[in-house]
Design a protein around this ligand. Sequence first.
Ligand code: FAD
Length: 517
Amino acid sequence: MIRSQMLAGVEDQFDVIIIGGGATGLGAAVDAASRGYKTLLVEGEDFAKGTSSRSTKLIHGGLRYLQQGNLGLVMEALRERGILCRNAPHLIYHLPFVIPCYKWWERPLYGTGLKIYDALAGKLQIEKSRHMSREELQSCMPTLQTDHLRGGSLYYDGQFDDARLAISLAKTAASLGASVVNYAKVVSLIKKKGACVGVEVLDQISHTCFSAYGKVIVNATGVFSDELLRLDSEAAQSIITPSRGVHIVIDASFFPGKEALLIPKTSDGRVLFIIPWLGSVIIGTTDTPVPAVSWEPSYSEAEIDFLLKHTQQFLSKRVEKKDVLSVFSGLRPLIKARTLNTASLSREHHLFVSPSGLITIAGGKWTTYRKMGEDVINQARKVGNLPVRKSMTETLPLFGHREGVVPLTPLSTYGSEEKKIKALIEKNRSLGEKIHPKLPTTYAEILFGIQEEMACTLEDLLGRRTRALFLNAKAAIQCAPHVVQLFNQSPLWQQEQLETFYKIAKHYEVIPNVKNF
Ligand code: FAD
């Protein structure tokens, strides 16, 4: 995937133009391209720079919805979970979860709920849920708080690296003929007789503008949807209520083992996850309404304290602020209840057509991105009067598809592309070295990100092509001066990159005794 090649021809006439390169937009681009529609996706920043690189990294049915009795939604997500495991076995792997039971009634309650969860997955079930004794639980989770522990309920869901799945989707769309361009921000919509017929785009790398025309335009900008709707009509009503979810990352020694922990009820009535991920542990998340949207949402002291307090209740090894290696926040694009003209096809994601023909899709979750893509392109076909063609994504292997990948081994998420990275190392042994002793990433992955994955900035490389910034902010900052050199750009350009990166990286650091906002 080479950006200059993607840019060549963007001024053509397209069938479908998609604005936004997160889970939703990328899913729509894959769907449209799989039907043979001429497709352009423009992403204002980097692929998955928004919410889609800041998720809890679960491909799940959503036990929360089961608790609410929303069986349809759970079934849809479980079906999508199964499809994704089949289409991207290199990116999605099975993760065992334990719900600890401290009271006598918890075991039958969770056990029954999980049997229903198993049954709803049907033939796409991962493995059957079961009860775990106190002893079994102690041996697989040696740092779990054991006072009054009676045992636990074990079940399975999927886990993934969200930013890597986004890159695989971008490559899948490109391999099907779509043009996908990052750092291409839509600054206005082109209208003809009131109908939306194209987009005016600012290329944030060359600082030039270009126009692209499409029979139908899709707004898949997540929490930024309102901004696009206002470009369409100054009178557009706001549809998004952003809510912040914060995660902290700690060292695996606090929670060694392969299983994740689900705390079913926090003090604010939410579920909280403690999850092994890429050799570290993620804890999250919170739910805090915020007044404004941002590409780098911050966190509050209260949110960190909330996560630490609940972790301390469940782990015997005390985790403190100084132990937090990284913190990342994401914004949920929650849809306001009073949103007009909703032609929603699933109760979780919302899709509607503005009078100009602009289609907006928002909400949902990573797990259901494929179904959202299919739904929005079905709608786009009608609005754009495109030839009737069926979505192919249900059985479409995603880019890099490879069976038999051993999850969490070095380079496993690259699937069939692994050989290209190994070839880089064979040519130059020093590329096999790690960028930092505390990070799993090698220089070869960095170079591959620049050469084949359209990484344009230092932060693209350390934040999303590799997950250094999310795993250990301090280590990412320390290795940044070495990593930036692989871009082979002028010293001035490298210095600017470093300065920008250090500013962004501050959002990922928790500095004890320093008040945040
Ligand atoms: P985004 O990822 O925000 O993408 C929108 C894109 O539009 C952005 O990249 C932005 O740069 C771009 N854009 C904005 N304006 C413009 C413009 N003018 N021109 C061009 N581009 C523009 N789901 C799960 O299934 N599993 C989970 O474990 C999970 N955990 C979550 C945890 C948290 C804290 C949150 C907040 C969400 C979680 N989700 C999870 C939900 C999931 O992450 C989101 O539903 C999904 O990522 C939303 O994707 P999106 O493409 O709609 O939005």
